[in-house]
Design a protein around this ligand. Structure first.
Ligand code: CP
Ligand code: NVA
Length: 302
């Protein structure tokens, strides 16, 4: 594994290996066992979109691994004024040891990786959010013991989260059910991947999707970059594509609720469900730290 660009690139063994490593790093951190695996190394973090969790968990994770992280706002870099991504990649490869990038177009992330000579980690694009899904799978394992045979249900927009959950869930042996409004389905290349898996279902009915689920997941109706479509999207999603008591009644009685955050209460999730499942949701947020440390240590260690 040279980069983490999208989960489609990873084998099942690579995903499970990262989850096992993340569990180990979490145990060590909680027990005061230092792990300076990236001592002397620097990670550059390029952001073209906002972030709380990704920025802070990568930066503190890098520090805990003995290295240094550099916050690079794309709007303050020459890349924001049109310097080609390929040139940026070749320059950064001379200074630092790895790049985390959050941007719009997946092609930009792929371009950085192919032009540079250092590992590139996708910190979210319009297409996918692999770091989030590694943390999500880690959390489901913590609560449910294993992934194989468990059912993951996602309700909402067929966006970067839906795309990555489908790939991560199916590759690790989960049943994956998705409920989206018509016209907001997951992306074609993900549906093409999923069509070979009999344990994948796509519907417009959240109650049907949630049936017997072990984990129920949602995300915002309008992602970063889709602000202008917010009203149109609200009309398509409101009242139906929400985790609420009725949807949860269809899931297993001990189902966990997950949300990548930030959450919009009373839109994709009710405040009541959110607070009743806050433990799981904030464990999930914490696991970003451990999962990304596993990714960085795997990709950037000598
Ligand atoms: N879930 C997630 O990636 O959060 P941020 O946008 O705050 O980084
Ligand atoms: N789908 C959301 C995820 C945020 C972590 C977005 O792209 O804005």
């Amino acid at each position: 594994m040279k980069h983490l660009l999208k989960l489609l690139d990873l084998s099942t063994e690579e995903i499970i290996g990262l989850l096992d490593f993340a569990d180990k790093l979490k145990y060590e951190l909680k027990n005061g066992i230092p792990h300076p695996i990236l001592s002397g190394k620097t990670l550059g973090m390029i952001f073209s979109k906002s972030s709380t969790r990704t920025r802070v968990s990568f930066e503190s994770g890098m520090f805990q691994l003995g290295g240094h992280a550099l916050f690079l706002s794309a709007s303050d870099m020459q890349i924001g004024r049109g310097e080609p991504v390929e040139d940026t990649a070749r320059v950064l490869s001379r200074y630092i040891d790895g790049i985390m990038i959050r941007t719009f177009d997946q092609a930009e992330v792929e371009g950085l990786a192919s032009a540079g000579s250092i590992p590139v980690i996708n910190g979210l694009t319009d297409f996918c959010h692999p770091c989030q899904v590694l943390a999500d799978l880690m959390t489901i394992r913590e609560y449910k013991g294993e992934l194989e045979g468990r059912k993951l249900c996602y309700i909402g927009d067929g966006n970067n989260m839906a795309n990555s959950l489908i790939v991560g869930g199916l590759k690790t042996g989960m049943k994956v059910s998705i409920a989206t409004p018509k016209g907001y389905e997951p992306w074609k290349e993900v549906l093409d991947f999923a069509k070979d898996y009999p344990n994948f279902t796509l519907t417009t009915d959240p109650i049907e999707a949630a049936a017997d689920a072990d984990a129920v997941y949602t995300d915002v109706w309008a992602s970063m970059g889709q602000e202008a479509e917010a009203a149109k999207r609200r009309a398509a999603f409101a009242g139906v594509y929400q985790i609420n008591d009725k949807v949860l009644a269809s899931a297993k009685s001990d189902a966990i609720v997950l949300h990548c955050l930030p959450a919009h209460r009373e839109e994709e999730i009710t405040a009541k469900v959110f607070e009743a499942h806050a433990k799981e949701i904030f464990d999930e947020a914490e696991n970003r730290l451990h999962a990304q440390k596993a990714v960085m240590a795997t990709l950037m260690a000598d």
